[in-house]
Every structure is written in structure tokens, then in C-alpha cells.
Design a protein around this ligand. Structure first.
Ligand code: PGA
Length: 259
């Protein structure tokens, strides 16, 4: 880990509004002590985002949306726009594999979303990753290169730190089968090279985080890798105890690397 870590909790489609709010307040208490060393982010469902953002205002816990479209407004039933998030919601996750696979979002659409998000000064986490089939066929590097190149096409950045990449091998998501730290590190080194190719020196501020079955048990060994700047946590982010342990692991690794 070389940059300030980013630990994000992707709640996916879980919790009712009152449950989500209560949980967020709980996390605020548990996680605030680590915020000096770690950027802690939660990504609640959009229906409860405003409520939670208000409840966390003034706390170090950041909020983001799991998805948004690329238009500012219009006849797009069911969609929310980056303009609606601007000014109060700090982050936006784009291109999670469930968006790519279940909702059939293409690289071209994701690129539009990335550019729209930056137009509204949101911080973006662009998710990339290979499927099991692609992994088995030895195509990981090709897939990642394509997703990165297409997703970041003509993206211009005022603040490089506003872009993070989440590397999530699809076969590791929700399966309990995380990538080995070494494998993740190797692929994330490729992502880093692609960022440098795209953005030059500015890339050094960008974080590359790992997602896919991150747990309290494997968080430390993942975070200890040179190329891993944090985590995108799904299942384990729904349990305060687990999520806190993961944030704590990142804080401890950061601390130990300082001395
Ligand atoms: P998981 O999900 O931690 O449950 O594997 C990660 C993600 O989908 O972001």
C-alpha cells in the first residue's frame, strides 16, 4: 500500500431505509477512529442515500452511490443522474460487474458515465475485472486493458485523486474465493501501468483497490501488497463487526508501513 487507503462498503441491494440509516449511524461510531489513516466510504442504495448523507454530515465517513446514468435529466424512467448527486454525494461507483453482467452495461456506456460524473465533480471508482471464463482462458490482461482503455477514453481530470480503479475478478465476487494477494497484486500492477500510460505522472495519486470476497481474515495480507491501495467490500460490509475489522486492518498496515 503506497497511497492513503480507501476502504469502501458496497451494500448492493440490501436494507430498508430505516435499517440502512441505523446501520450507517452505527458505522459512524465504530469507524470514525480509523478515519485519520483510512478513507472510509459506504455505498448505500440510492433510495436511502440522501438520508444517510445528511446523517453522516460532519463525520469522516464518506458516502457514494452505486450507480447513476450519464444524462443530467430527462425521460429515463428509473434512472438517477450524476447531477442529482452533485454537491452532497462524494463518490460514484461505475461499472460494477453486476451492472456489466445483469444490466448489460457496455464499456461505451460506462465511459459516458465516467465523463458525466467528472463533469459534476463526483469522485469515481471505476470497477474492472475478468470473468471466470476469461480467467480460465488466460485472457485477464486483455480484458482489463480493454475495460480500462474504453472506460477511460477521453477522460480528463482536474484532480487525479478523484479517480480510483477497483479490480474485482468476477469469479471472486460473493464466492468466498478471493484472489490470492499475489495474483491481485500482479493484475493491479498492470492497472497501474495503464493508468500511467493514460495520465502520466498524475496516475501516482490514483488508488487501485481490490474487491472480491474481502473478509477480516484476508484483509491484512491483501493490504500488505505494494499495488493494493484499499478494498471494495460487498458481503462483509453488511456486518458492522466485519467491516470494522477490515478498516482496522488497513489502518494497521498503514501505520506499520510508516515506521
Ligand atoms: P463481495 O463483493 O465482497 O461480497 O465478494 C464485492 C463486490 O461485489 O463489490
Amino acid at each position: 500500500m503506497m497511497r492513503r487507503p480507501l476502504i469502501s462498503g458496497n451494500w448492493k441491494m440490501h436494507f430498508t431505509v430505516p435499517e440502512g440509516l441505523e446501520y450507517a449511524l452505527h458505522l459512524r461510531q465504530d469507524l470514525s477512529p480509523y478515519a485519520a489513516l483510512v478513507d472510509v466510504l459506504i455505498l448505500p442504495p440510492s433510495v436511502m442515500l440522501w438520508e444517510i448523507a445528511n446523517a453522516l454530515r460532519g463525520s469522516p465517513i464518506k458516502v457514494g452511490a452505486q450507480n447513476a446514468g450519464w444524462e443530467d435529466q430527462g425521460a429515463f424512467t428509473g434512472e438517477i443522474s450524476p447531477k442529482m448527486l452533485a454537491g452532497w454525494c462524494e463518490y460514484l461507483l461505475i461499472g460494477h460487474s453486476e451492472r456489466r453482467q445483469v444490466f448489460r452495461e457496455t464499456d461505451e456506456e460506462l465511459n459516458r458515465k465516467v465523463r458525466a460524473a467528472f463533469r459534476h465533480r463526483l469522485k469515481v471508482i471505476l470497477a474492472v475485472g475478468e470473468t471466470l471464463e476469461e480467467y480460465d482462458a488466460g485472457r485477464t490482461a486483455d480484458v482489463i486493458t480493454l475495460q480500462m482503455t474504453a472506460g477511460l477514453y477521453q477522460v480528463e481530470l482536474q484532480h487525479p485523486v478523484d479517480l480510483s480503479i477497483a479490480y474485482e475478478p468476477v469469479w471472486a465476487i460473493g464466492t468466498g474465493r478471493a484472489a490470492t494477494p499475489e495474483y491481485a497484486n500482479e493484475t493491479m500492477a498492470l492497472i497501474r501501468r495503464l493508468l500511467v500510460r493514460n495520465f502520466g505522472e498524475a496516475a501516482s495519486a490514483m488508488r487501485v483497490i481490490y474487491g472480491g470476497s474481502v473478509t477480516p481474515a484476508n484483509a491484512r495480507s491483501l493490504m500488505a501488497q505494494q499495488e493494493i491501495d484499499g478494498a471494495l467490500v460487498g458481503g462483509a460490509s453488511l456486518k458492522a463487526g466485519d467491516f470494522t475489522q477490515i478498516v482496522k486492518a488497513a489502518a494497521e498496515v498503514t501505520e506499520s508501513q510508516r515506521v
